[in-house]
Design a protein around this ligand. Structure first.
Ligand code: PGA
Length: 248
């Protein structure tokens, strides 16, 4: 079974609604590609504007964060039903910036993955090691531990619809990309782990992205690897370069 490529832009905390509208317009004709799922994961305030701007195109809307309750006294948070109603399909969970800056741990991340599925949102679950772990040579154990925690009590049918993004922290926003071989090594490790935790069909179905300074120049080489089914793109998703990655 061939996996459909998925190229997602992670806009992070960039673009006001007006700027978001302009970027969608700039990209509109450039990201048309039926062989690729294209996703814009945008700030919450931009969701309605972007959902309107991409209507009738092949672009899906994603969000970058949510909380696990549907409503209530959770000041500053946004819920899955709110995102759904606004047109969101994909949700980034466990990004290293959420883990490191906002203190999200694997228990919360696991709860978010389960809540996303229960709410009909498709998680893009991020994992990845620090430079220290890469240098120490213990990055494989680290990634396996993250995935096991984050997928606790997640079913095989759910994992078949999951996207996992391998994002080495040392490659995020640094201009330093993992080599295609380094990225493939970990993406394959993740697929093998899914086979072990679930079964071969599930491992074959789950889509695995690479993220970390992916750009118009290096995307084709990374995406050519057997176990890399797409990319999660930060900086380069904010310009028309993103279209070159979609079409790489
Ligand atoms: P980057 O970010 O492409 O700017 O390195 C990727 C990410 O953090 O998702």
């Amino acid at each position: 079974m061939a996996r459909k490529r998925i190229i997602a832009g992670n806009w992070k905390m960039n673009k006001t609604p007006e700027e978001a509208k302009a970027l969608c317009a700039d990209l509109k004709d450039l990201v048309v590609n039926d062989n690729v799922d294209v996703v814009y994961c945008v700030p919450a305030i931009d969701i309605t504007t972007v959902a309107e701007a991409v209507k009738g195109t092949n672009v899906h809307v994603g969000a970058q964060n949510f909380y696990i309750e549907d409503k209530g006294a959770f000041t500053g948070e946004i819920s899955a039903p709110m995102l759904k109603e606004a047109g969101v399909e994909y949700i980034i969970i466990g990004h290293s910036e959420r883990r490191d800056i906002f203190g999200e741990n694997d228990v919360l991340i696991n709860a978010k993955v389960k809540k996303a599925f229960a709410s009909g949102l498709k998680p893009i679950l991020c994992c990845g090691e620090s430079l220290a772990l890469r240098k120490a040579g213990t990055y494989k154990e680290w990634i396996e531990r993250q995935i096991k925690w984050d997928l606790t009590d997640v079913t095989a049918d759910q994992v078949k619809n999951l996207v996992i993004a391998y994002e080495p922290i040392w490659a995020i926003g640094t201009g330093e990309t993992a080599s295609a071989d380094q990225a493939q090594e970990v993406c394959k490790l993740i697929r093998d782990l899914i086979a072990k935790l679930y079964d071969a069909d599930t491992a074959e179905a789950v889509r695995i992205q690479y993220g970390g300074s992916m750009n118009a120049g290096n995307a084709a080489e990374l995406l050519a690897k057997d176990d890399i089914d797409g990319g999660l793109i930060g900086g380069a998703s904010l310009k028309t370069d993103f279209a070159q990655i979609v079409n790489a």
